[in-house]
Design a protein around this ligand. Structure first.
Ligand SMILES: [Zn+2]
Ligand SMILES: [Zn+2]
Length: 574
């Protein structure tokens, strides 16, 4: 755990203590600890390793123990207890700009306000101005702070929103009156991040459905409950909207609420030219006569379009392609994926052994799995020395004798150093089945310099794939400013594949870059970058992103059978 994270936890503890009106000395102690830890020149993890936590100046014995617990276990029982006994809504109120824990405590004591919704209501009703130290201006500030918060509320990663929506859909589907149900919105288009989660259902007893929905145990607050639409928050401020629509409108509503906006605007223009009107209720002639809307495909059919998969509905040429003649891409599907090119074992920083990973891959029906542990210079991630890698190759080869129709590929995620040199010699790389090369340091270099580093790795005849090419981490870090066009050209020239890293926080290449690469004839390699066996399942997000990038089976090397893949790898490059 990094110093900054520890500091954040301590300052949150101080805030919670203050909300609960606890001993001011204790509050001060945590505020100080947060400041001291954040300013330390050395990582606390290192200090712990040499047993020096107790010697950090300004930190008392009690807090030193808490730091040790955090570093050793990645959690802090005191913090969890504190959070458990404090309503989550109170803590969340601290996110409102300029609203401190003292005010939150006051609002709770005097008015019983425990969450942002209650606060907003009280501010609108002009109740807050009667509190000591508050006035009309404070109410205005609080309301504009809440607006700001709503606007900047963080988007949720697809990898979080998708399973969440699936579990809600499964729950609601158990209600006997629910006939059809689906996710809509950007989630159905499988965008890398999602604002609100939209769900659409049909039922003859909407009230019953809304009751189950708003009463789900995970609901932290109900924003609205109506006959046709309800909205709730679950856990950390994730908004879920459920609409119940008439059976005859389900297709039209699904199309409408799936979007995107620019896709729908183009569709409405097309409809207008044909003397038709489409909206969330159906397809109509100008006379008002209804001619469709029960099925989503009705909308596309009346406009003489082929059905457009949700992942393509971004208004980026898909409508033109769906008109006769041009043809839409035959998008890659999850079933076509026969293996994973990027997996870490417990030889480096992964959690599972190679046999465990192989067993998990076989359960997924894969024909191959590339073990690509980190290389020697990546000490923090347990990078393998030449010797260890040679030992791993031997073990994998022995293990492979026990399989039929399945093979573990000996690989490495070889580091590209700050000058573009690879971490292992060609001699060693030549002994491997597959080599993926990646940048893990020197992110701050200029884009042109990083582009050159990657290109020099592509020039190596043993490098098959460039992993997570842009290095972005969604919500945390932008990718490097690469010259993507140039990189794609060089990938094509050198016969190097580009990775689509399927980890939800990476999805790198992005959908847009996948489209560029695919159009240029550069092959894409899907890799989960799994650090444990369960993570192999994030492949679905990689596939979704590939689909958003218009990729077909032929663009993605994971669709090759084992024998075809080995042949390709034996011929060098991809
Ligand atoms: Zn990596
Ligand atoms: Zn990796």
């Amino acid at each position: 755990m990094k110093n900054k994270e520890i500091a954040q936890i301590f300052s949150q503890i101080a805030d919670i203590l203050e909300i609960n009106d606890e001993n001011p000395f204790r509050i001060r102690a945590y505020q100080n600890a947060a400041r001291i830890v954040e300013g330390l020149p050395e990582e606390v993890e290192k200090i712990e390793q040499r047993g020096g936590i107790g010697e950090i100046s300004g930190i008392g014995a009690g807090i030193a123990d808490r730091i040790s617990e955090l570093v050793r276990t990645n959690r802090l029982s005191y913090y969890e207890e504190l959070k458990a006994k404090t309503p989550e809504g109170l803590v969340r109120m601290l996110d409102i700009p300029d609203l401190g824990p003292k005010t939150v405590a006051l609002l709770k004591q005097k008015l019983g306000i425990e969450n942002i919704e209650q606060l907003e209501k009280a501010a609108r009703e002009g109740i807050l101005r009667n509190l000591p130290g508050m006035g009309e201006k404070t109410e205005e500030n609080i309301l504009s702070g809440i607006e700001f918060l709503k606007y900047h509320r963080e988007r949720i990663l697809l990898g979080k929103a998708y399973p969440l929506s699936q579990s809600i859909i499964i729950l609601l589907n158990k209600i006997s009156s629910v006939k059809r149900i689906s996710a809509a919105g950007s989630l159905r288009r499988m965008r890398e991040t999602i604002g609100d989660i939209d769900i659409l259902a049909t039922s003859e007893e909407p009230q019953q459905v809304m009751k189950v929905f708003t009463g789900m145990p995970s609901v932290t607050s109900v924003l609205a409950m109506g006959e046709t639409k309800s909205s709730v928050y679950i856990e950390e401020n994730i908004q879920i909207d459920l609409r119940v629509v008439a059976e005859e409108s389900f297709g039209a509503a699904l199309q409408y609420f799936t979007g995107s906006k620019s896709h729908n605007i183009k569709l409405r223009e097309l409809a207008h030219k044909r003397g038709l009107k489409i909206n969330e209720y159906g397809v109509f002639r100008i006379s008002g006569e209804r001619i469709g809307g029960r099925e989503e495909d009705d909308i596309y059919k009346v406009l003489a379009l082929h059905y457009i998969p949700p992942e393509l509905r971004e208004g980026l040429g898909e409508i033109e392609a769906a008109q006769q003649g041009r043809g839409l891409p035959e998008l890659i599907t999850h079933e076509k994926v026969r293996g994973d090119f990027h997996v870490h074992s417990n030889w480096s920083d992964g959690a599972n052994s190679i046999p465990e990973l192989a067993a998990a891959a076989r359960r997924l029906g894969y024909e191959y799995l590339a073990i690509c542990d980190h290389s020697k210079s990546l000490g923090i991630a347990g990078g393998l020395s030449e010797e260890r890698l040679r030992k791993q190759i031997k073990e994998i080869k022995a293990l492979n004798k026990s399989f039929s129709n399945f093979q573990i590929l000996c690989g490495t995620e070889v580091d590209i150093d700050s000058d573009g040199e690879l971490d292992f010699s060609d001699d060693l790389l030549s002994e491997l089945d597959i080599v993926i090369a990646a940048i893990h340091t020197g992110f701050k270099q200029e884009g042109s310099r990083i582009t050159e580093r990657i290109i020099s790795a592509m020039e190596n005849k043993f490098v098959n794939i460039i992993a997570h090419p842009t290095g972005r981490l969604l919500g945390e870090r932008e990718g490097y400013e690469l010259d993507m066009e140039r990189l794609i050209g060089e990938a094509k020239r050198t016969g190097t594949a580009l990775e689509l890293n399927a980890l939800p926080q990476r999805l790198d290449l992005s959908d847009v870059h996948c489209h560029m690469a695919g159009s240029a004839g550069v092959l894409i390699a899907l890799g989960t970058d799994a650090h444990n066996a369960a993570q192999l399942e994030v492949m679905q997000y990689g596939v979704a992103t590939a689909r958003r990038g218009w990729l077909e089976e032929k663009n993605v090397i994971n669709t090759l059978s084992l024998s075809k893949l080995l042949k390709k790898l034996n011929n060098g490059k991809t």
